[in-house]
Design a protein around this ligand. Structure first.
Ligand SMILES: *[C@@H]1O[C@H](CO)[C@@H](O)[C@H](O)[C@H]1NC(C)=O
Ligand SMILES: *[C@@H]1O[C@H](CO)[C@@H](O)[C@H](O)[C@H]1NC(C)=O
Ligand SMILES: *[C@@H]1O[C@H](CO)[C@@H](O)[C@H](O)[C@H]1NC(C)=O
Ligand SMILES: *[C@@H]1O[C@H](CO)[C@@H](O)[C@H](O)[C@H]1NC(C)=O
Ligand SMILES: *[C@@H]1O[C@H](CO)[C@@H](O)[C@H](O)[C@H]1NC(C)=O
Ligand SMILES: *[C@@H]1O[C@H](CO)[C@@H](O)[C@H](O)[C@H]1NC(C)=O
Ligand SMILES: *[C@@H]1O[C@H](CO)[C@@H](O)[C@H](O)[C@H]1NC(C)=O
Ligand SMILES: *[C@@H]1O[C@H](CO)[C@@H](O)[C@H](O)[C@H]1NC(C)=O
Ligand SMILES: [Cu+2]
Length: 863
């Protein structure tokens, strides 16, 4: 019934191919322009569009991802030479090596700056090649650098370790691949079908992993140590409908010890049910035969995990919402070949990476560099709880590939209908993958103005239009929407919003008992279903910002806002003694350190160039502050986390200020730190070693995220308005005055009573504030045709407009489809290559479908 109504509505929308928008200008104008995209502004807009098309980046993108041709060359070179390489001193002769990932090794900052700023040579292109190498019973991920590219006889393959402060170029992998673990987890589950049938009302089905009624196995590491791994496995419902597996824990757990990659050594450990440990399944079976054995509530899938309610009858839902339109096309410039964007004084390059998703490089304002590199480093989610899985659950999500999981955005909903899209390509397991439309770029006008002022007879209001670069990384149950936002005043914001399914805990309550409030269980979360509990967790998401404010040499100034009691001589005699007031206290930070956001915002963190002053003699700088999120972004609550070891020391403070060693310390983390928490390739703690940071090249690491205590409102999905957090960089005496004035768009309405005919002119003279030259728009009369006292600054819409239906409801029929070369005009469905479950985390669903072949036809699971 509702479905029919829906499709009928859709039908009406698509038959109305063109929606006509009528601007306020038109309402005021007595004339009617013929429906056409050529209006009074037509000519200059066409010129602008032409310029936009011709737009070229000033230089080749030095951070461009390896393309298919390069990857193929490297692949064959490595294949030829790999048996010559033995970088693992003392680990014995190589048994087998597999090329795992080929990606760009980002060039060194010194080389790039020389290229961009001094017309130096184009930096050499190098690739980072990750190999999986198997030695006896051990597996290693080994990183190499291959270059320069393209391949000549000068190209070599070297161990890559200069950018890892462990000095190593390898990580011992606790398992050879995730497939092993998955297969075994299912075997363990199959061995106890009698138990699971009795306690959970279902069984594992290893033969048909897509069985919608079968159980799957979830996993967390309990210990990772020099090749040994101990796991806690838990049975889960498969959540086939909405992908809501992490809402379906079943409350039966088993420990699994894998001391090496050799299956012979693997041992199934204790079982856990209803708060009790059982030595093995035999002991559990015996216990179950006891009449006093308590069976717990079952956690069944159902409508409650569906993300949509198609049945709702709220009348307002039946009309589409207001939306943003862009009838004349974008105003930013985009060079797709070089992934280079320019907008309203800003410019920057984009660069992608399989682990760390999107980065921005060489961010400039007015051609002057502000930030050399701005990008995601790692995303931690750290749980706590009262059962074996949740109590030590922790994810470092770059391990799963936050770049390779930047899936296709949904036009019109993830990004406005007028957004433009860029693909994300990467080379893995011998194949090139392309995630279509993984990045969107768009301008958006906020609902609230950027500036306004009302005076006795006039008002001036400016729109707040900003540029957004957005991507979404879906890592298993969670979707991270990551925005880089540019504002007209020179501010830059980094914002993360999380959505998706929470990772919930099993709520153990006897099957016989009624739903009762049980205070003892609200220590780690809240009950959200008869057998489900939320799990408190911290999200700490690390970003890197390599500031170059007026050159590389910068200083971080803390400016405290403090109360003070001071005597002012003019106060006497009325105020004898001191006056209680406040003042600022400025101090430079001398050594590398971590900082937290001050309570009551009573301190400002300013990244400055003490050598550069504005017109007024003040030190130029940018302020780093929490942005427009739900609260201050958080750091990790847990002190010295047992699960994390040394893998994520950056999570301990909100902001870190370090001496920049861009070549040898280009990142706060490595995506394999998750697999080697005690001796990680990149140990952030070692980077904070007390170096002097005054007048040096500085790098700021800051965290986004929040303390997430999900409630019933996180079911079925966490909502982005409460999960958002952001950090902003705001100019602070950087310019001589607010620079947004030159590019703002808005209106001044002046109703001053005119004592003579020259009232308007007189007013303009009086203003004399330099607005004259900036408010001469290129293609639109400055003042409305109707009323000389209404002065628009910047262009505004003056005539009827044609807005394509596509801008409001983009055609989604080709989403996740690609043109089928075999058929003219045909389309075939493609899948998100790492869709559905978290690889290596859930066993039993979509087996093989997100596996990669290891070159010998055997499925391998991508660690
Ligand atoms: C490397 O291996 C290939 C095939 O496995 C072999 O043909 C080649 O001779 C080997 N090269 C060396 C230097 O061992
Ligand atoms: C970057 O600099 C380091 C240290 O000076 C050097 O070892 C490395 O080869 C350089 N990397 C590239 C890609 O040029
Ligand atoms: C590399 O090859 C070129 C010709 O392709 C040759 O002239 C040059 O000597 C070679 N260099 C080395 C180091 O082998
Ligand atoms: C199961 O555990 C019990 C108690 O520790 C032990 O006696 C028994 O041998 C174990 N059974 C198996 C099959 O390991
Ligand atoms: C932009 O750069 C030019 C040249 O360096 C300078 O004259 C001008 O003042 C700058 N504008 C702003 C708003 O900083
Ligand atoms: C940065 O500071 C160093 C001294 O620490 C100095 O040698 C260098 O010239 C400075 N660079 C610039 C661009 O001012
Ligand atoms: C952190 O914990 C580890 C082991 O749990 C311990 O060895 C180390 O001393 C602790 N570090 C601090 C700073 O407490
Ligand atoms: C400051 O600028 C002067 C000259 O412009 C330069 O010699 C000096 O190295 C700079 N100092 C720093 C710390 O950047
Ligand atoms: Cu969360």
């Amino acid at each position: 019934m509702t479905k029919t109504r829906h499709s009928h509505l859709y039908g009406t929308i698509i038959t109305t191919a063109v929606v006509v928008f009528i601007s306020i200008g038109y309402l005021l104008a007595p004339w009617f322009h013929q429906l056409s995209s050529v209006d009074p502004q037509g000519i200059s807009i066409a010129a602008f569009r032409h310029a936009r098309k011709q737009f070229k980046a000033p230089a080749k993108n030095p951070w461009a991802e390896i393309d298919e041709g390069e990857a193929a060359q490297i692949h064959s070179l490595v294949q030829q030479s790999v048996n010559l390489t033995d970088s693992l001193n003392g680990v014995g002769a190589g048994d087998k090596k597999v090329i795992y990932r080929i990606e760009t090794l980002r060039p060194n900052k010194t080389d790039v700056v020389d290229y961009l700023d001094n017309n130096g040579p184009q930096p050499e292109r190098w690739a980072r090649v990750a190999m999986l190498e198997f030695r006896h019973n051990d597996a290693f991920n080994v990183d190499y650098m291959v270059g320069p590219l393209p391949i000549t006889n000068a190209t070599s393959m070297l161990p890559l370790s200069y950018c890892y402060n462990s000095g190593k170029n390898w990580v011992q992998m606790p398992l050879s691949d995730g497939l092993d673990l998955m297969a075994w987890a299912l075997k363990i589950g199959e061995r106890v079908t009698d138990i699971t049938q009795d306690l959970l009302g279902a069984t594992v089905n290893a033969l048909d992993p897509s069985d919608p009624d079968a159980l799957v196995m979830g996993w967390r590491p309990a210990l990772i140590e020099s090749g040994r791994m101990v796991h806690w496995l838990e049975f889960f419902g498969p959540g086939m409908k909405s992908d809501g597996r992490t809402l379906l824990p079943q409350g039966l757990y088993v420990k699994f010890d894998t001391p090496s990659t050799n299956h012979q050594d693997w041992v199934v450990g204790q079982w856990f049910y209803n708060g009790l440990l059982y030595d093995n399944d035999t002991v559990l079976r015996e216990a179950m035969r006891s009449p006093t054995f308590e069976r717990l509530n079952l956690n069944h899938d159902g409508e409650w995990t569906d993300t949509e309610d198609f049945g709702s009858s709220m009348a307002e839902r039946d009309m589409p919402p207001p939306l943003s339109v862009q009838p004349y096309g974008p105003r930013y410039h985009l060079d797709r070949d070089e992934s280079y964007v320019s907008w309203m004084g800003f410019s920057f390059y984009l660069s992608t990476n399989q682990a760390t998703a999107l980065s921005l490089f060489d961010i400039r304002y007015n051609s002057t560099r502000l930030i050399y590199h701005l990008g995601l480093q790692e995303a931690l989610a750290h749980y706590a709880g009262t059962e074996p899985l949740q109590s030590g659950l922790e994810f470092l999500d770059t391990f799963f590939g936050m770049g390779s999981m930047m899936f296709s955005l949904v036009p019109g909903v993830d990004c406005p209908g007028h957004a433009e899209y860029l693909d994300m390509s990467y080379h893995k397991g011998g194949k090139m993958y392309t995630n279509r439309n993984a990045i969107c770029v768009f301008e958006f006008t906020s609902d609230a103005p950027l500036q306004r002022h009302t005076s006795a007879y006039s008002v001036s209001v400016s729109r707040n239009t900003y540029l957004v670069v957005r991507s979404v990384s879906t890592v298993g149950n969670y979707d991270y929407t990551i925005d880089y936002v540019f504002y007209l005043d020179g501010s830059i914001e980094v914002k993360v919003r999380a959505s998706g399914f929470i990772f919930s805990a099993f709520h153990a309550e006897p099957r016989s008992s009624l739903l009762t409030r049980d205070d003892s269980t609200s220590e780690y979360g809240y009950r959200i279903h008869p057998a489900v509990h939320t799990s408190m967790h911290d999200h700490v998401i690390s970003f890197r910002a390599d500031f170059d404010i007026c050159g590389p040499n910068n200083t971080l100034i803390r400016t405290a806002i403090e109360p003070i009691s001071r005597k002012y001589h003019w106060d006497e005699p009325e105020v004898p003694g001191v006056r209680n007031t406040m003042h600022m206290v400025h101090s430079a930070i001398k050594h590398e350190t971590g900082l937290d956001w001050p309570t009551n915002g009573r301190e400002m963190y300013l990244i400055t160039n003490t050598n550069a002053t504005n017109k007024w003699g003040e030190t130029r700088g940018y302020r780093i502050l929490p942005g427009s999120g739900i609260s201050n972004p958080s750091h990790l609550t847990i002190l010295n986390s047992t699960a994390l070891g040394r893998s994520a020391a950056w999570s301990a403070s909100d902001v870190w200020i370090l001496r920049n060693h861009p070549d040898t310390e280009p990142a706060s983390a490595h995506h394999l730190n998750y697999m080697d928490p005690l001796t990680p390739l990149v140990d952030f703690e070692k980077m904070v070693n007390g170096e002097n940071i005054e007048d040096e090249d500085l790098v700021v690491y800051f965290n986004l995220g929040g303390h997430h205590v999900p409630t019933s409102q996180d079911v079925p999905n966490t909502l982005m308005h409460t999960s958002a957090s952001s950090v902003m960089f705001v100019p602070f005496n950087y310019f001589d005055a607010d620079v947004s004035r030159a590019v703002r768009q808005g209106v001044r309405i002046d109703r001053r009573p005119s004592d003579n005919d020259h009232g308007t002119k007189k007013k303009e003279k009086e203003n004399g504030d330099g607005k004259e030259e900036i408010k001469r728009p290129r293609h639109v009369p400055r003042e409305s045709e109707v009323d000389g006292e209404v002065a628009y600054f910047g262009a505004h819409y003056t005539s009827p407009l044609k807005v394509e239906h596509e801008m409001l409801s983009p055609d989604l029929s080709h989403y996740l489809k690609e043109r089928d070369e075999g058929e003219v005009g045909g389309w075939k469905t493609v899948r998100n290559h790492v869709g559905g479950g978290l690889p290596g985390l859930f066993a039993g669903k979509e087996r093989g479908s997100h596996g990669e072949e290891d070159g010998e036809g055997r499925e391998r699971w991508d660690w």
